[in-house]
Design a binder for this molecule. Structure first.
Ligand code: GLN
Ligand code: ZN
Length: 786
């Protein structure tokens, strides 16, 4: 192909650093150990290193503007001069200090400023600001369907925008001084507004603020141009969502203003197909379009058809959301027809920002070498982008050893017996009709379970974990380092379990748990014992602020070589006459919080996990455990970004849950637990999971969340959380009794359970005991009034 060289770039790079340098520096700064200048020096060092990595890989541009000390949306709040007035910053407060105040809140007395959203707080729940703690931080929520959380801008009817920060320009200058060809990056105005929240008394539509916002964007673009920036990447990932017509209609006029204001604009879309926005995206008055060819390869032809020939087409062929090495032949097969069709400039890139994958495979020497060869983290993905572009435009010869190496790795993964276990496949094929249904309908089971368990009305229980004390953490760490022997570790964990059981008996709870002392994390614990999972040494991904998660790598067919929880559970049950609830993580949550293989549909991988969990449930039952809880806090977050994808997803996700839950007799009671989320639009599917009991987080919504269950006439039993476990505050029994009465107005009292919102692992024992004592009092008070 006699083509001009194909340009390469990345939409963004991880910020934390290979050794999580930024995390360490941030936390030291927050503790007052280093000043802002020292923190900024670490930031500059990381940026320089990450730009250098892009240059080393041979990318045409270095991307500037993707770095953030906490979150890129928070940077945009300052760039666009729209800090929420409730923080009441006094003139002269330094920019970085204001930034961290918005990100972490103002702490007073009892305050813990750092809040934790899904999958990261330990218990895995979203935190809300706690009243009485000074000024709460900005709300945080998931960035599209990722596990990255951004700070939600707060806009008011009278919000004015202005160029409020020099940071972006300073970073551009920094990169230029290092000799980089800069592509600046911004979140687009429509995506910024879409992700913001309307605040204040006066109702208004935040889209109406667009006219005020655009001049500031134009000003920013003009500044960038004056600084000599040729290209600016403007991210508008909301083009992958279902949007109201008023929003889609706003794109064209907006980009008429911005397309001419500064450098050439590359409009970046990612995470989901463009579908009904495809033509719009292609025809916007900008110089180029980036599309995610990993999530939507089927749209490439349409894009090549609709995109005017003079525009740049940037194709994201390297998966920015997963950790697998790219198959260069597959990528080329995708790109070649596009290159033939689109006569204008073609660029090659990762599908989205590399923020969502770990930094580098360097240091992953403990991984099995074969498996390591199948992986590519951010740094390796930069090389892949360069290799694919080079092969496409002929700068790299087919005889290049890098191509041979990539092909060998792909072939090894495809054929590996560690990935493909015939017995697992055979089991899925042979799944009998009805394997995802209980033997009898819920009313029959309810009767059988009541006869067996003999619980009082409004039974009290907890969600599973008890405080992970410093002693427990220290023991686990020592055990991992090999300092604490297996027997000593086991003995200590048994002592912790006994302690938790005794406390629960003392408190008078009706259904006990073992407390999860032995578990580091609700997914990792199971992943470590199942076949098909691997763990990296340093595969950290930013979740929010300085918090990172290290998702397991689900590389192969999932099998359960041995029971995972039976010994601990049976031991705990042996200590008490009260029923003890076994505690498992559900298949959808294990899937959702891992890096998942891409060589088969997620639904199939989920089903494999489901069978492994089912075996565990059946083993617990056989060992005499009468109640098993299968946690599924991540069901809701797995929903596809587009509505059209919801039904297929919910069908397989709820089926996977049922496969895990339905191997038992009528007399065995299955619980599930979900954290705070909007349930109302998926209630039929939650009901279709057919758990005997569901516990949910509701206290912060003042039981409002339960209304939906009531009007839907949710058929099975429900435990609405009666107190918020995220706050150190100890609610009184009156307060909990009030919530319970409120619950009983919408759900028949005979179907109600009494429990906290979520697990107690992040709390201390004194507050846990006090709160649970009040909870039991509240239940008893209501019972005697029944
Ligand atoms: N059983 C888990 C616990 O109590 C549930 C955690 C969660 O919902 N994220 O910690
Ligand atoms: Zn929870």
């Amino acid at each position: 192909m006699a083509a001009s060289p194909i340009l390469t770039h990345t939409l963004g790079f991880p910020r934390m650093g290979a050794q999580r340098e930024l995390k360490l520096a941030l936390e030291r700064h927050w503790r007052g150990e280093i000043d802002a200048a020292a923190l900024e020096a670490v930031g500059a060092q990381l940026r320089a290193r990450h730009w250098q990595a892009q240059r080393d890989a041979g990318l045409a541009f270095a991307t500037v503007g993707d770095f953030a000390y906490y979150d890129h949306m928070a940077h945009h709040i300052q760039l666009l001069g729209c800090e929420s007035p409730r923080f009441g910053f006094t003139p002269g407060t330094p920019e970085l200090a204001r930034y961290f105040t918005m990100a972490r809140g103002v702490q007073t007395l009892s305050g813990h400023g750092d809040h934790a959203p899904g999958g990261t707080c330990g218990a895995g729940c979203a935190h809300a600001p706690h009243p009485g703690e000074g000024q709460p931080a900005l709300e945080m929520t998931k960035w599209f369907d990722t596990n990255y959380h951004y700070l939600v801008p707060e806009l008011h009817a009278d919000t004015a925008f202005r160029l409020g920060s020099e940071r972006l320009f300073a970073e551009v200058a920094e990169a230029q001084a290092l000799g980089h060809r800069v592509k600046a990056q911004l979140v687009g105005p429509l995506t910024f507004l879409w992700l913001s929240k309307e605040k204040g008394e006066a109702p208004f539509d935040r889209l109406d603020l667009l006219d005020r916002l655009l001049p500031v964007y134009a000003q920013i673009l003009a500044r960038l141009k004056a600084e000599g920036v040729e290209w600016v990447q403007i991210d508008e990932p909301i083009l992958g969502l279902d949007l109201p017509a008023t929003w889609t209609q706003s794109f064209e006029p907006a980009y008429w203003q911005l397309g001419k204001a500064g450098p050439q604009v590359l409009l970046a879309t990612y995470f989901s197909p463009l579908e009904n926005h495809l033509r719009l995206a292609c025809q916007l008055p900008v110089a180029g379009l980036h599309v995610d060819a990993v999530r939507a390869p089927q749209e490439l032809t349409g894009v090549a058809d609709w995109l005017p020939a003079y525009k740049v087409l940037s194709v994201g062929v390297v998966d920015g959301r997963n950790i697998w090495r790219t198959d260069p032949d597959a990528a080329l097969a995708l790109l070649r027809p596009v290159a033939a069709k689109h006569t204008g400039p073609l660029w090659v890139a990762p599908s989205c920002s590399l923020l969502h994958v770990p930094v580098s495979l360097a240091g992953e020497d403990a991984l099995d070498p074969e498996l390591r060869g199948w992986l590519a983290f951010a740094t390796e993905k930069l090389d892949e982008v360069a290799l694919i572009a080079g092969l496409l435009d002929g700068r790299v010869a087919d005889s290049d050893p890098r191509l041979a190496a990539a092909r060998a790795a792909i072939a090894s993964r495809r054929a590996s017996p560690r990935v493909h276990r015939p017995a697992v496949a055979a089991r899925l094929e042979a799944a009998p009709e009805g394997c995802d249904r209980r033997r009898s309908p819920h009313p029959t089971r309810q009767q059988a379970q009541r006869a067996r368990l003999r619980l009082p009305p409004l039974p009290t229980t907890t969600i599973g974990s008890f405080p992970q004390t410093p002693a427990i953490r220290a023991a686990r760490a020592a055990h991992r380092r090999g300092v604490l022997g297996e027997a000593a570790y086991q003995a200590q964990m048994r002592a912790e379990i006994e302690h938790a059981v005794r406390k629960q008996e003392e408190l008078g709870l009706d259904v006990l748990v073992h407390g999860e002392a032995e578990r580091n994390d609700m997914v990792e614990y199971f992943g470590e014992q199942l076949d098909g999972f691997a763990f990296t040494a340093n595969g950290w991904v930013q979740s929010y602020g300085s918090r990172c998660v290290k998702p397991p790598v689900l590389f192969g067919d999932v099998a359960r070589p041995h029971a995972m929880t039976v010994d601990w559970t049976v031991y705990a049950q042996s200590l008490t006459d009260k029923p003890l609830k076994g505690m498992l993580t559900g298949p959808v949550t294990i899937l959702q919080w891992s890096f998942v293989r891409d060589d088969q549909p997620r639904s199939r991988t989920c089903e494999q996990i489901a069978w492994a969990i089912r075996d565990e449930v059946v083993d617990l039952e056989a060992a005499g455990i009468a109640i098993v809880q299968i946690d599924e806090p991540a069901i809701r977050e797995g929903l596809p970004l587009r509505r059209t994808g919801w039904k297929p997803y919910l069908d397989w996700a709820t089926r996977a849950f049922r496969i895990s839950a339905c191997g038992v007799q009528d007399t065995t009671q299955i619980h599930t637990h979900m954290c705070y989320s909007e349930f109302n639009d998926i209630l039929p599917e939650i009901a279709a999971m057919d758990a005997d009991v569901i516990t949910i987080e509701t206290s912060r919504s003042d039981m409002e969340l339960l209304r939906g269950f009531g009007s839907f006439k949710y058929p099975n039993e429900i435990g609405p959380g009666v107190y918020d476990i995220h706050s150190p505050r100890i609610p009184g029994s009156q307060e909990m009794a009030r919530l319970l009465r409120k619950a009983a107005e919408v759900v028949p009292a005979r179907n109600l359970w009494v429990n906290p919102d979520c697990g107690l692992k992040t709390r201390s024992w004194p507050e846990t005991e006090a709160a649970l004592r009040h909870m039991v009092q509240a239940a008893r008070a209501l019972r005697s009034a029944m």
